[in-house]
Design a protein around this ligand. Structure first.
Ligand code: NDP
Length: 313
């Protein structure tokens, strides 16, 4: 399968595994890259020296291209970028920040730069910043998300209408059918997060993976818009936040309730009650935990079957 995305990254299938804090370390990224997709290390939850170790291990585990996702809302971004350049990483996905901040610097170093957006406005900004491709992520997505609640079904054609550079769709995609649908809407490729959390190789806690498999329709919700909008599984912590809203909590009180390292506590340490559990709506369609290579294989098989069905319409 060859198109602008496979050519841009030098991969077999136009399929990217999202960078996810506490989930996508070297084991997951290298497994996805070895299976023909693009694996991303999620640098958000990594101290600089931890990122260095994951890059090294990923380089040892695969000869295929892989990248690093750097969400710009975490500390020490300068140090992370220095390590990325020093270690010869070829692909960087930036997110949760201004695409102008790092694009020119990274491109000067010969790095392919992709920026993640949740609206047409920011897609245009990213294109102006001269990124090589855009990930447009709809409301369905897990973790940090846009404020405007634009769904993938609306966002992808709207972004396609306005930008010319390669476009990767994200949010609500976990099957070969949804991959094909996103590409029919105008995307050149897709990015999947939630599906890869429920994999053998994700570094997430086993209890979190099982929670993802158990989640059904309506079990996630986008909240904490005043701080940074985030889609969470409705557990005790989520209900505490909702109660705080009902009591008219101020931003300061919400920050206090959130505290520090809630995401790590939930997704990495396995506290299913008090931790933050970030996952997409599509968790309702994920029924098993399996190796990343099988996830990629099944997706592509389903994509090909769906393509034949569509040809018969
Ligand atoms: P926190 O800001 O609560 O804590 C930082 C987490 O990142 C810790 O778990 C820490 O690991 C890890 N970490 C990785 N690298 C570094 C580093 N260089 N310096 C410090 N910590 C590091 O984490 P969240 O993931 O909850 O939030 C991330 C960002 O998003 C913050 O800026 C936060 O203010 C913002 N935010 C998040 C919201 C959310 O719902 N998650 C809502 C509003 C804002 P360790 O525990 O091992 O030290």
């Amino acid at each position: 399968m060859q198109n602008r995305i496979t050519q841009l990254f030098g991969i077999e299938y136009p399929l990217v595994q999202a960078g996810m804090i506490w989930a996508s370390g070297w084991r997951l990224a290298s497994a996805v890259s070895n299976a023909g997709g693009l694996g991303l290390l999620g640098a958000g939850s990594m101290y600089p020296e931890v990122l260095r170790e994951h890059i090294q291990k990923c380089q040892q585990a695969t000869e295929k291209p892989f990248g690093v996702n750097v969400p710009m809302l975490y500390p020490d971004i300068d140090k992370l970028m220095d390590i990325i350049v020093e270690m010869g990483v070829q692909i960087v996905f930036t997110s949760a920040g201004n695409p102008r901040t790092w694009t020119a610097y990274l491109k000067e170093k010969g790095i392919t730069v992709v920026h993640v957006v949740s609206s047409v406005k920011f897609a245009l900004k990213a294109q102006e910043a001269d990124v090589d491709a855009i990930v447009a992520e709809g409301f369905e997505a897990g973790g940090h998300n846009g404020r405007d609640e634009t769904t993938t079904l609306t966002l992808i054609p709207a972004v396609r209408e306005r930008i010319g550079i390669p476009l990767i769709a994200a949010g609500g995609i976990a099957t070969g059918r949804s991959m094909l649908a996103a590409m029919i809407l105008g995307a050149d490729g897709v990015q999947l997060g939630s599906r890869f959390v429920a994999s053998f190789e994700a570094s997430s806690h086993q209890l979190f993976k099982e929670k993802v498999v158990d989640a059904g329709e309506g079990d996630t919700y986008l909240t904490l818009k005043e701080l940074a909008p985030v889609r969470l599984i409705k557990n005790k912590f989520f209900h505490d936040v909702q109660r705080a809203y009902a009591d008219g909590a101020s931003i300061e009180q919400l920050k206090q309730l959130l505290g520090r390292a809630r995401a790590k506590r939930g997704m990495f340490e396995g506290d299913m009650e008090e931790g933050e559990l970030e996952i997409g709506q599509v968790s309702a369609l994920i029924h098993d935990i399996k190796p990343a290579s099988l996830i990629v294989g099944d997706l592509i098989r389903e994509f090909e079957i769906a393509k034949k069905e569509v040809a018969g319409f």
